[in-house]
Ligand binder design. Structure first.
Ligand SMILES: Cc1cc2nc3c(=O)[nH]c(=O)nc-3n(C[C@H](O)[C@H](O)[C@H](O)COP(=O)(O)OP(=O)(O)OC[C@H]3O[C@@H](n4cnc5c(N)ncnc54)[C@H](O)[C@@H]3O)c2cc1C
Length: 509
């Protein structure tokens, strides 16, 4: 059995190599004129005209963080590194790179990445690039409620980890993935454009190429993508990594389920007198406010509120905004919680034989914000889930497949999970000679990721609902939940593990 699989692996890798030798030679020999921006093939390090009939194995539509994570992962795996991949995105950073200056204050757009994401980045060799720029590991977290009835402190040591997560600017994650991919001889072509239309069974294709084992030139077995600059390309598999308003999802006819929250998030970078090393989140009547360390004396604010309030807060003068932030993170809306509200552990004290490191730690007041260090940006919030992630020739990843409330900083982590899962399943398919556009193969990806994504979405939505109601009995229940998380060590460990990207549910396990 094992030797059969090994033989298949070797045969398929060899056949793939031969077929791609053919494509590379063909591509180099043919040059055709095209309108608008030209695709760039960084593999040969020069701008090159598009050959409209030259097929790609995979077209990744959207070279954001998740699309680039997929490209990078494909570039690094032995079974997929020979694939011919197109990346379509009009973001100039993809073609020209991005200069990130250490002396500039951090961007307002940051992501909290989980230990699971960090370890996937390490596996593909991208984390070393992140570490060359500003980033902030944090090993402590405090979550509390404006009513003053409850709080929970988390410590990485409770789950024998060095850190609970790391806050990184989105542009650093993006450029690190780009650098990591550029470090390989991956055959990628970057199309600095946008997908405008797509035909999934174009039917009549006469590309004048010999039949190959991967079946790339079989009539009708390709998707045709038309770009906004007039270029077209063909691909066996189209990956929609084009964000929450995905054109791929729309053109392929995937249905979605979801709703808009009547909330917007206002985000910005702020400065303190000293470095902040903890992630703070306080639940207010209108939504949570988070203060996340981002290195040096900077933190990032993610503050959820109703849309009218967000408009007001965005335009208020800086001093007033800073005062409002400090009030929201301190005494505004209600008192500081005290551990004595339920007695020291109170009804949960019977759990204290197996105590966690910070079960006895008192509530702490977050560091005072001194001034703004970036513009304020506002984002409407919604929950969206595509009913299916795959169909013949098409697969969705990242925000194109699902968007979640940012209250637990999980969105892009779920997207990275999708990207790494898809690249692994494509690799396994190639290893046994399966056509990479086959629905049965892609369904394995869907099955794996849907479970993880839907579970996380349900938890985040439940949290969002539970914390957006100001009602006496519910406030007490929430406080009890905070105390439960603070004083019941197995529950606390479980929550930390799940939020860190482990697949286990936050229950007693
Ligand atoms: C306020 C806020 C805070 C957040 N904080 C966190 C956090 O702390 N941690 C976390 O994990 N997540 C967080 N998220 C979620 C995270 O930002 C998203 O999940 C992530 O950006 C999704 O990445 P993506 O690559 O799937 O999509 P996007 O970032 O939307 O990228 C899509 C790409 O596709 C391109 N594109 C779009 N249309 C086309 C087209 N037609 N043709 C070609 N290209 C196209 C775009 O140019 C873009 O580059 C937060 C979100 C918000 C709103």
């Amino acid at each position: 059995m094992n030797s059969l699989i090994r033989r298949k692996l070797v045969e398929n890798a060899y056949r793939l190599k031969l077929s791609h030798k053919g494509f590379c030679t063909g591509a180099a020999a043919k040059v055709s004129s095209s309108n608008g921006a030209q695709p760039s093939n960084d593999h040969v390090g020069q701008q090159k005209s598009s050959n409209k009939s030259e097929p790609h194995d995979i077209a990744i539509v959207g070279g954001g963080m998740v699309g680039m994570a997929l490209a990078c992962s494909l570039a690094r795996m032995p079974m997929t590194k020979h694939l011919k991949v197109a990346i379509i995105d009009s973001n100039p950073a993809l073609s020209n790179g991005l200069s990130i200056k250490k002396e500039d204050p951090p961007d307002a757009r940051v992501s909290t990445v989980t230990p699971a994401t960090i370890s996937l980045f390490k596996d593909i060799g991208a984390w070393k690039y992140v570490e060359q720029h500003r980033h902030a590991y944090f090993d402590q977290m405090q979550v509390w409620d404006y009513t003053g009835l409850g709080y929970t402190r988390y410590d990485a040591r409770d789950v024998h980890k060095e850190y609970l997560g790391c806050v990184v600017e989105n542009k650093v994650l993006h450029s690190s993935l780009l650098s990591c991919m550029q470090d390989t001889d991956f055959q990628k072509t970057i199309y600095p454009s946008r997908l405008s239309s797509m035909a999934l069974n174009p039917g009549i294709l006469s590309m004048g190429m010999n039949s190959t084992s991967s079946g790339l030139n079989e009539r009708g077995n390709l998707a045709k993508l038309d770009l906004s600059d007039g270029n077209s390309l063909y691909a066996k598999l189209v990956v929609g990594a084009d964000g929450s308003k995905s054109r791929v999802r729309e053109l392929a006819g995937f249905k979605t389920t979801g709703w808009k929250y009547s909330q917007n998030a206002i985000i910005c970078t702020v400065e303190h007198h000293a470095e902040n090393r903890c992630a703070w989140q306080r639940f207010l009547p209108t939504g949570p406010i988070a203060l996340l360390p981002i290195g040096d004396n900077f933190s990032n604010i993610v503050w959820t509120m109703n849309p009218e309030e967000a408009t007001d807060r965005k335009s208020m003068v800086e001093d007033d905004f800073v005062k409002a932030v400090n009030s929201a993170l301190d005494y505004g809306f209600g008192p500081h919680p005290k551990s004595s509200n339920f007695g020291s552990g109170g009804i949960f004290s019977w759990f204290k034989t197996d105590t966690t490191i910070c079960a006895n730690e008192c509530f702490k007041v977050p560091p005072k914000v001194m001034k703004l260090a970036s513009e304020r940006m506002v984002f409407p919030l919604s929950l969206m889930h595509a009913n299916n992630y795959v169909s013949k020739h098409v697969v969705l990843i990242g925000d194109a497949a699902h968007t979640v409330h940012p209250l637990a900083g999980q969105g892009v982590n779920l997207g990275f999970g999708d990207a790494f899962s898809l690249s692994r399943i494509i690799s396994e398919g190639i290893a046994v000679g399966t056509d990479i556009s086959e629905v049965n193969l892609l369904k394995k990806y869907e099955a794996e990721r849907k479970t993880a994504n839907v579970t996380m979405m349900a938890i985040l939505d439940g949290f969002q609902r539970a914390y957006s109601v100001d009602f006496g009995p519910l406030n007490v229940l929430r406080a009890a939940a905070f105390h439960g998380a603070q004083y019941i060590p197995p529950l606390k460990r479980s929550i930390i593990s799940y939020a860190s990207g482990d697949q286990r549910l936050p229950i007693f396990s």
